[in-house]
Design a protein around this ligand. Structure first.
Ligand SMILES: O=C(O)CCC(=O)C(=O)O
Length: 328
């Protein structure tokens, strides 16, 4: 089982070896072996088996199996308990640039999502357009994915130009979650909000997607700044306390997915999800959304969208920040 779980973890890391050689591949993913085929059986029995356990037991079991670290299990349980005693914000605020201290006191310390505007105004990345991406970076080879939940995704690699041509033909791949390749990195600065002594930065990621592409409902064990560069994004967020309503499963130690979809809710299959409470936000170019660690989010791209994001992780779960989150 460990091998399968590691394979899932690795499946979120770009595999640049399997370049798509011709456009036949772009017109359908039939020749790509989906992870679900490889993992079928054992993986789904595991998910079903875990589903029968209570949340706490499930976490403890996953911690014992090494899928999530013991600190992570404890931290996530704390975070859920904090939010179950705290009112959800009515909406996600939009605020202009803040100092690091202001950001810490108003948002990071208590783990509240916010849209920060105007931060990236002067970053070269904000002048990226579809034609600029083709001209300047068209031959860059990246990974694309297709499919809904993380156990059903299939992957391939293609260049940015091949991908954009595919999007024009209406193909529904998502060039998602690629580490920003070095030639592009120079166009992107870093959001100046989190103290590098308390967090470590896990890298900048690039997301390019056509209309209705997006990310399935999930949460990360990291803080996240998500910048919209091009196009519009609709994002639904749910606080950590909603876990019991979302039919969650652990993809790997950093990622929890949900069987439930907030964008296509099926309350017959997932009746507990009626209780979930959502915050919705629409992002336009220049908006930097802060998604605190443990918040569930589901993303739908509207039109051709390009985003970059920054995953940050506190260096350990015992940092005062977590206690601040409990105490606020
Ligand atoms: O932009 C997206 O589609 C997904 C972003 C996301 O889920 C993430 O950064 O964790």
């Amino acid at each position: 089982m460990q091998i399968i779980l590691q394979r899932k973890a690795q499946s979120e890391i770009p595999q640049l070896g399997a370049k798509v050689k011709d456009n036949k591949m772009l017109s359908g993913m039939g020749s790509i072996i989906p992870d679900s085929v490889v993992n079928k059986g054992i993986w789904s029995s595991l998910v079903v088996g875990l589903g029968a356990l209570g949340l706490r037991q499930r976490r403890l079991l996953l911690a014992r199996l090494g899928v999530i670290g013991p600190h992570d299990a404890e931290f996530l349980a704390d975070l859920e308990s904090v939010w179950s005693h705290r009112a959800m914000p009515d909406e996600i605020s939009r605020v202009g640039p803040l100092s690091q201290d202001e950001f810490h006191v108003r948002f990071a310390r208590c783990g509240v999502p916010v849209v920060l505007t105007g931060v990236a105004r002067d970053w070269p990345v904000m002048s990226w357009t579809s034609s600029f991406l083709r001209e300047r970076y068209g031959s860059v080879l990246l990974r694309v994915r297709k499919g809904g939940d993380y156990d059903k995704m299939a992957y391939a690699s293609m260049t940015i130009t091949e991908y954009l041509q595919g999007v024009e033909r209406g193909e529904d791949f998502y060039m998602a979650n690629n580490p920003v390749p070095s030639p592009m990195r120079a166009d992107i600065a870093f959001p100046p909000y989190l103290d590098s002594a308390r967090y470590y930065f896990e890298g900048t990621r690039l997301w390019i997607g056509g209309d209705n592409s997006g990310a399935h409902l999930h949460r990360d064990l990291t803080d996240n700044f998500l910048l919209t560069v091009l196009g519009r994004k609709k994002i639904l967020l749910a606080s950590p306390s909603q876990t019991a309503a979302l039919y969650t499963w652990e993809v790997h130690s950093e990622l929890t997915s949900c069987k439930f979809s907030a964008l296509a809710p099926d309350y017959v299959r997932f009746p507990k999800a009626r209780k979930a409470r959502w915050l919705t936000v629409e992002l336009v170019p220049g908006d930097l959304l802060y998604i605190p660690c443990g918040w569930y989010h589901q993303v739908s791209n509207q039109g051709l969208v390009c985003s970059v994001n920054f995953f940050l992780r506190s260096s350990c779960a015992e940092l005062p920040r977590w206690h601040d989150r409990k105490g606020t």
